[in-house]
Design a protein around this ligand. Structure first.
Ligand SMILES: Cc1cc2nc3c(=O)[nH]c(=O)nc-3n(C[C@H](O)[C@H](O)[C@H](O)COP(=O)(O)OP(=O)(O)OC[C@H]3O[C@@H](n4cnc5c(N)ncnc54)[C@H](O)[C@@H]3O)c2cc1C
Length: 278
């Protein structure tokens, strides 16, 4: 088994996204070490789609599993989102993990409700911000992160503010605040996710020195000579991970998009596909 990794080290989001205070790198290195010891070989610095094509891999190997994660941040689609001081959440976290941190100031608003939003907020606090809020469109009940994570976050002094939708980022050159509108939950969709209804006329402003946007990530499209879904990822069955092309599989966040308990899921997916060390 050969693992191809675009970056200089293996580990994906566990190394380049999740902060060290939540996942000590020694633990990760030991886990990866065990996978390599069990016989897999690792080739880092090889970006599939640029340095090698999927076509070439399919020529060299009997089976190819694409598990390239979701590395494109979904931007905040409101006026002012391009102002200085507005950071995409994943890039912010990747900067933190690589000790490249921007100047964020004292008051930080994090927009989002998932793992990335919580890690951004807790990292902002550790970078010296004194007032950090996580701004939710829905309520705490709808959060995908664990109760422990919410508790820890609050204990550290981070505010979790519910039922608000960003309307615009305000500032002349750099961000000075965000205008929100109040929301109320609507009916749930077939997945149980409640609709968000903006309450017109309820607009309000929160001043901020920085805004971190953690509203989701997308996969990078990849050409694999197989039918692709709308996101550009080869179309695959969610249970068997098979594509229509013989020997080609898709798994992990790359298949599902970032999701609740996805780390556990990605590991389970690897185990089902018989990847070494899982
Ligand atoms: C800040 C943050 C906090 C999180 N916290 C949690 C948590 O507490 N609990 C939880 O369950 N989940 C959490 N997650 C989600 C979890 O990290 C992911 O679900 C999990 O890492 C997905 O694993 P994966 O193997 O599918 O993808 P990834 O971990 O993203 O790995 C994909 C790998 O593919 C490589 N790659 C990408 N493109 C190419 C290419 N073209 N060629 C070669 N290599 C490529 C990447 O560099 C990366 O190493 C968090 C995510 C983030 C960002």
């Amino acid at each position: 088994v050969t693992l191809f990794e675009a970056l200089d080290k293996a580990g994906g989001m566990l190394r380049y996204g999740i902060p060290e205070f939540r996942l000590p790198r020694q633990v990760l290195d030991e886990e990866i070490g065990r996978i390599i010891q069990s016989g897999a070989s690792l080739r880092t610095g090889v970006r599939i789609g640029e340095d090698m094509t999927v076509e070439e891999l399919l020529g060299d190997f009997d089976a190819v599993l694409l598990a390239a994660g979701c590395y494109k941040s979904i931007p905040l689609n409101v006026p002012g989102a391009a102002l200085k001081g507005v950071y995409p959440g994943l890039e912010f976290m990747m900067g933190v993990c690589a000790s490249r941190t921007p100047v964020i100031g004292d008051r930080v608003l994090v927009i989002g409700a998932g793992f990335t939003a919580f890690d951004c907020a807790r990292s902002a606090l550790r970078l010296g911000a004194n007032h950090v809020s996580i701004c939710l469109r829905r309520t705490e009940e709808d959060l995908a992160v664990t109760k422990d994570e919410v508790l820890e976050t609050k204990k550290e002094g981070i505010k979790i503010q519910s039922l608000m939708l960003s309307r615009r980022v305000v500032g002349s050159e750099r961000v000075e605040g965000v205008e929100f509108v109040r929301t109320r939950p609507g009916d749930p969709d077939p997945d149980g996710k409640r609709a968000i209804i903006a309450i017109e006329g309820s607009e309000f402003m929160i001043p901020a020195d920085s805004v971190i946007v953690a509203t989701g990530q997308r996969p990078e499209p990849m050409e694999a000579g197989s039918e692709r879904e709308e996101r550009g990822v080869p179309l695959a069955d969610r249970e068997s991970f098979r594509t229509a092309r013989k020997g080609l599989y898709v798994a992990g966040d790359y298949l599902t998009g970032p999701r609740r308990s996805s780390k556990r899921w990605a590991w389970d997916a690897g185990r089902r596909k018989g990847l070494p060390g899982t």
